[in-house]
Design a protein around this ligand. Structure first.
Ligand code: SF4
Length: 349
């Protein structure tokens, strides 16, 4: 992340340890990670009845998510959250791939889950979802519930490639031998792997240390922002980043689509989603009136309290050319800003 934007790193450090807003989509992703870790650590994934063990683990996580949701005022059970059954089906596919990997690694293979590693000098660190070290395969693995490939280039996302190279470097230090492969297991597509080149991984670690030194020279002072369409497209802080909003214009679309403006209309649907018409003042999306359609409050809780006249920002939008509208995916962000005029400032249709 340091290679992309130092401000992004500073913001992520501030967020660590703070009470982050609960988000149903993130809760499902965390549950999937926990289930895979549990099945690997207990060796249940290697046994014949692994599908039953997976369903049992899902049931336990679903009960935990139900309690979390209730504590945040959401009474809808997880099985009725949008996209959950699809994610559950994809979890079965990923679990089978992990099972195959463990089998292919050969007899006596070591499988370590959620492995926290730090480099010998203490400067680099990471938590690897899975390390498999066997006579036939030695792999570092990261599970991903979002997009792993850059939609424009078709290549693995640059930040994920850097992450895998650092993981391979850390695993080589831990085990004394370089992993033969580093791969992402996405929930929405086939595995994505990179070639583990020891010199490239070493270079990546060297660059990371240099960037860290540069970062630490300024910390705890304000870090410079580096807004770019590619970097900001995957940044969770874009919705609140002034540098982003000052830089993003129409030329950033379709890589990054974001709008800021006043809410002119808020229309709940019978399906529980919310349509929002915004009078757009700036951003990379369509200026003037634009419609963000079918916003799911389970994924974007701010939508519940949004009212006509509020100034709002939305990032991670996807154009719907056939409808002339935008969709706000689960990984996008919606913020209702504080300086809202009285609701009478705009007239609803
Ligand atoms: S939105 Fe862009 S400029 Fe702002 S912190 Fe994120 S990556 Fe940096």
């Amino acid at each position: 992340m340091l290679e992309t934007c130092h401000l992004q790193v500073a913001l992520s450090r501030q967020a660590t340890g703070s009470a982050a807003a609960w988000n149903a989509h993130a809760a499902v992703g965390d549950a999937c990670h926990r289930i895979l870790a549990l099945l690997v650590a207990s060796h249940a994934l290697e046994a014949d009845g692994w599908q039953t063990a997976l369903e049992d683990a899902w049931g336990g996580q679903a009960r935990a998510m139900t309690e979390q949701a209730l504590s945040h005022g959401i009474a809808t059970p997880p099985e009725r959250w949008p996209g959950v059954e699809l994610t559950r089906a994809r979890l079965r596919v990923v679990a089978r791939r992990v099972r195959d990997l463990l089998h292919d690694a050969g007899p006596g293979a070591e499988a370590l889950t959620e492995l926290s590693l730090r480099s010998a000098d203490g400067l680099l660190g990471g938590r690897i979802d899975l390390v498999v070290a066997g006579p036939r395969r030695h792999a570092v693995v990261d599970y991903k519930t979002g997009a792993t490939v850059d939609p424009l280039s078709g290549r693995i996302r640059e930040d994920y490639e850097a992450q895998l190279e650092i993981y391979a470097y850390l695993e080589a230090e831990r085990s004394g031998s370089w992993p033969s492969e580093a791969l992402l297991l996405p929930f929405n597509g086939p595995p994505v792997s990179i070639t583990v080149d020891s010199s490239a991984c070493g270079e990546r670690a060297k660059t990371a240390r240099a960037l860290l030194a540069q970062y630490n020279r300024i910390a705890p002072g304000p870090q410079p922002a580096s807004p770019t369409p590619g970097g900001c497209a995957i940044c969770a802080y874009a919705v609140a980043c002034d540098a982003f909003w000052a830089a993003a214009d129409a030329s950033w679309a379709p890589q990054t689509v974001a709008v800021e403006g006043r809410l002119a209309q808020v229309t709940p649907s019978e399906l529980g989603t919310i349509n929002m018409r915004i009078l757009v003042k700036r951003g990379s999306g369509q200026l003037g009136a634009c419609l963000i359609r079918a916003v799911r409050p389970q994924e974007h809780p701010g939508a519940r309290s949004a009212a006509i006249g509020n100034r709002v920002r939305a990032t991670g939008l996807r154009a719907e050319p056939d409808r002339g509208s935008y969709a706000l995916p689960a990984w996008g962000h919606l913020a209702v800003l504080a300086d809202t005029p009285p609701p009478t400032a705009l007239v609803t249709a």
